[in-house]
Design a protein around this ligand. Sequence first.
Ligand code: PEP
Ligand code: MN
Length: 406
Amino acid sequence: MTGVLHRLQDFLYNGEKELILYSNNPLASCQPQQVESTTYRTVPNQQKNVSLHSEKQPCRMNKIFTVNNKPTIIAGPCSIESEQQLRTVAESLSRDNRIAMIRCGVWKPRTRPGGFEGLGEPALKWIASVKKDFSSLRFCCEVANPEHVELCLTYGIDAVWIGARTSVNPFLVGELAQALKGTSLAVMVKNPITPDVALWIGAIERLQQTGINDLAAVHRGFSTYNNFKYRNNPLWEIPIELKRCMPNLPLLCDPSHIGGRRDLVAPLSQMALDLHFDGLLIECHPDPDNALTDSAQQITPTELTDLLDNLKVRQYNAIGPSDLQRMREQLDVIDSELLRLLSQRMQLSKDIGRIKHAHNMPLFQPRRWQQVLEHQIETGKQLGLDEQFIKELSEKIHGESLRMQE
Ligand code: PEP
Ligand code: MN
């Protein structure tokens, strides 16, 4: 699997190669293609005003989302809680020139009623006042409706993000696109809470279609029935797929909302950079333990500095050291072998399905599945493979087998 990811990385980041995209339908074009050689072709997208695919030059976003070699770092509190809190964090972050922008929630979407829902307009007034004192700082906050956009414009906010509970809804995204049309605001689109890359792409397209170009995507993980150790399941293959479909769109990672825990922010940030994300959106609060929202996942400005000091920004050269080349070739062979075995397995599954149908047996056999899963996990462990990884892989394979047997 790691091999597959690395392979995808090659597809995404090797400047010498272009993506193979045979269709102008963004979803159809996202199907993995059979690759015969290392020369890939792009079919231009014909939909007006929508540029999803690889152009020769990365599109120049505005100053905030420049595509350069340095990751774009956005940091700040989950929510603005008081003018003093905002000033303290702004003052600390203004001293670190790696911070491109300060994030700060003004309207907070809460799962249950009764929690702190943000301070709204008064908080925007404080931002405007802090901006007067720290003219180099830029600010962004979440918007969920046209009225929020209006207020952000009134108080000189630089960028906004569309949250995970909003990007899931095409009607709301459409309304926001209309409100944002022709404004100076840069826009980040967080992934929808559901693991659906098409919905995420759709939200971005709705903004692009109204002519909004200062865009970035933010990966913040997904609500799934099995989040394992994370607050939101990262499902890295989804942002990787988004990047494959929209290679010129800056892609940021929000390790704070993925991890939900302070100690996970640094490793998730590193993972994102290793997967060649373009930047990070990190929650940072002067006093995380007493934060009114997302207390467990916020880090202090000092911890943020430490995290940034220790991040390794990898180089993605078209041609790496020869050992790397050789090992990648080996990975490619192993990946092909994995696919061949999978195909063989699915064929066998189909044959089993025919027998089940012939004997009027249910396709899904819970006891047998339980045994298979336990055996797989045990064997995987002996081979040094991560238990959760084996569980998810087995579930995927089993699900596909059942589909084939229908
Ligand atoms: C946030 O960034 O504070 C937030 C609420 O994000 P999300 O929409 O990712 O949950
Ligand atoms: Mn938050």
